[in-house]
Design a protein around this ligand. Structure first.
Ligand code: MRU
Length: 355
C-alpha cells in the first residue's frame, strides 16, 4: 500500500481493524514512500531492528501499538494464562534495540497498566491496552509541539542551525523534536537556514532530515559530517539542535553517532548546543552516560551499504556504534515539553522530573 507522504503524523498507526501496526518504511526513503504492515512479533522486532521504524519516540509509539496487537493474539481465559505470554512478547520486542529508552519506557508503561488491571477480564485488559497505546501517541504529539515552541523561542530571523541525524516528524509525531522549531519557524514566516549533517553510516540526515525540511519549504543545506567544522568556522551556524535517545540524570545524553563530535566542535567555536527530547526520553534511573548501553551494528553498514560495490575489503575490521554519549558539560540546555532545562543539570532535571 502506498500513501501520500503529506500524512506525516501517521508514520506509525494502527490498521483499521486494530490488529496490525502500519509504518512508513524509513529504509526506503527518500526514493519510495512505502508502508509496511506489521502483524507478527517477528515483523515488529525486525522493523525496529532494521530501522524501518526509527527515532526514539517513534520506536516507543510502535512498541505500544505492537504489544497491543500481540495481546489480541493471545488465547487465554485468565490473567494467569495471559500475563506470562504477554511478558514474553514484551521482552522480545524490548530486545530489538538497546539504546533508546522510549522502547522500554513504552513497554513498561503498558505492563504497569496491565498489572494494575489484573482483576479485570482479559478482554477488558486488552481493550485498555489499545487505549493506552493511543495515549502514548497523543501525548507525543503534544510534547513535540511544546518542545518545538520552546526551541523556536531561541531562534531569530536569519539564524543558521546545525542538526545531526533525524529528529523530525518521521522519528516522532507531527513536528518532531530537534527539527520541530525549524518547521514551526517556517509556518510562522521566520527564515532560518538549516545545515543537516548527512549522518554516516545510515544517512538519516541525508535521507530523512533534508527530505522532510525540503518538502516543508525550509532552507536546508546538506553537508557531509566532516564539513560541520567548516560551516561553523564560516559563521553560518548560530545554534545546534540535536535529538536524544536517552538523557541520563546528570544531563549526559546518547544520540546518533557523531553527536558528541558536533558538540565538541561547537564548543570550540562558541556555539550553543541544545538537545531536544520529550520526558519519555529522560531516564532518571540512569545516573550518567557511562551507564547507557550503546548499540553496535553490522560492519556491512560501513563497508558496503549504499555503495554500488563494497568500499573496503571484506576482512577489514569495522567498529560500528550506532550512538555516542555527549558529556553534559558540552550542553547549553535540554529542551523538553516542560521547558528549557539549564545547568546544573543534575539538580534541575531532578526538579522537573523527580526520581
Ligand atoms: O538509529 P536511529 O536512526 O534510531 O537514531 C535516531 C537518533 O539518534 C535521533 O536523534 C533520536 O532518536 C531522537 S528522535 C526524536
Amino acid at each position: 500500500m502506498n500513501r501520500k507522504f503529506e500524512k506525516l503524523a501517521d508514520n506509525v498507526y494502527l490498521s483499521d481493524d486494530a490488529k496490525s501496526v502500519v509504518i512508513i518504511d524509513q529504509t526506503k526513503l527518500p526514493n519510495e514512500v512505502v508502508e509496511l504492515t506489521l502483524s507478527t512479533a517477528q515483523q515488529m522486532y525486525d522493523a525496529i531492528k532494521t530501522l524501518a521504524v526509527r527515532g526514539a519516540p517513534a520506536i516507543g509509539i510502535c512498541a505500544g501499538y505492537s504489544i497491543f496487537c500481540l495481546a489480541q493474539q493471545i488465547e487465554a481465559e485468565t490473567f494467569e494464562e495471559f500475563y506470562p505470554q504477554l511478558k514474553k512478547a514484551s521482552e522480545y520486542l524490548n530486545s530489538s534495540r538497546p539504546t533508546a529508552v522510549n522502547l522500554s519506557w513504552a513497554l513498561n508503561r503498558m505492563d504497569k497498566m496491565v498489572c494494575a488491571n489484573r482483576d479485570k477480564s482479559v478482554a477488558e485488559i486488552v481493550e485498555l491496552m489499545g487505549e493506552e497505546a493511543v495515549k502514548i501517541q497523543e501525548e507525543d504529539i503534544a510534547m513535540c509541539k511544546a518542545i518545538s515552541e520552546y526551541g523556536l523561542s531561541l531562534l531569530k530571523e536569519g539564524d543558521g542551525v546545525l542538526t545531526h541525524c533525524n529528529a523530525g516528524p518521521l522519528a516522532t509525531s507531527r513536528y518532531g523534536t530537534a527539527i520541530g522549531p525549524m518547521l514551526m519557524a517556517q509556518e510562522k514566516g521566520i527564515n532560518v537556514k538549516v545545515f543537516a549533517d548527512e549522518t554516516r553510516p545510515l544517512l538519516q540526515g541525508a535521507r530523512l532530515t533534508s527530505y522532510e525540511l525540503q518538502k516543508a519549504g525550509v532552507d536546508v543545506t546538506l553537508i557531509c559530517d566532516n564539513m560541520a567544522s567548516m560551516v561553523m568556522k564560516n559563521g553560518w551556524v548560530q545554534t545546534c539542535f540535536v535529538g536524544c535517545d536517552r538523557i541520563a540524570a546528570n544531563g549526559d545524553f546518547a544520540n546518533k553517532i557523531g553527536t558528541s563530535g558536533v558538540a565538541i566542535l561547537a564548543k570550540h567555536y562558541g556555539i550553543p548546543v541544545y538537545t531536544l527530547g520529550p520526558s519519555s526520553t529522560i531516564d532518571m534511573n540512569c545516573p550518567n552516560g557511562d551507564a547507557i548501553e550503546i548499540e553496535l551494528r553490522d560492519p556491512s553498514e560501513i563497508r558496503s551499504k549504499f555503495y554500488e560495490k563494497p568500499m573496503a575489503l571484506e576482512e577489514v575490521k569495522c567498529f560500528n556504534p550506532a550512538f555516542d554519549v555527549t558529556d553534559h558539560t558540552l550542553l547549553s540546555g535540554i529542551i523538553t515539553e516542560k521547558g528549557i532545562i539549564y545547568p546544573p543539570f543534575s539538580e534541575n532535571l531532578a526538579k522537573f522530573f523527580g526520581k
